[in-house]
Design a protein around this ligand. Structure first.
Ligand code: ZN
Length: 70
């Protein structure tokens, strides 16, 4: 049994270096947005996508910002 649990069909390819050593994680941001975070192990490029559309880091940080507790 393989230690790799991600099905091959779901493997992403790094846009920066074309490596497929990319880990993708789907997460929900503070504002409820469902985004896919991809991190390349070869060149450390990171990208965020929401419904297939690339998000810039500023947008992600804005969505992930915690509302200040009183
Ligand atoms: Zn890369």
């Amino acid at each position: 049994m393989s230690l790799v649990t991600t099905p091959a069909s779901l493997l992403a390819t790094c846009a920066a270096c074309a490596s497929n050593r990319v880990t993708t994680i789907t997460m929900t941001l503070t504002d409820g947005s469902l985004v896919d975070f991809a991190s390349c192990h070869a060149c450390e490029a990171k990208s965020w996508k929401q419904a297939g559309t690339e998000l810039d880091i500023a947008t992600v940080l804005g969505k992930a910002k915690k509302h200040k507790a009183a």
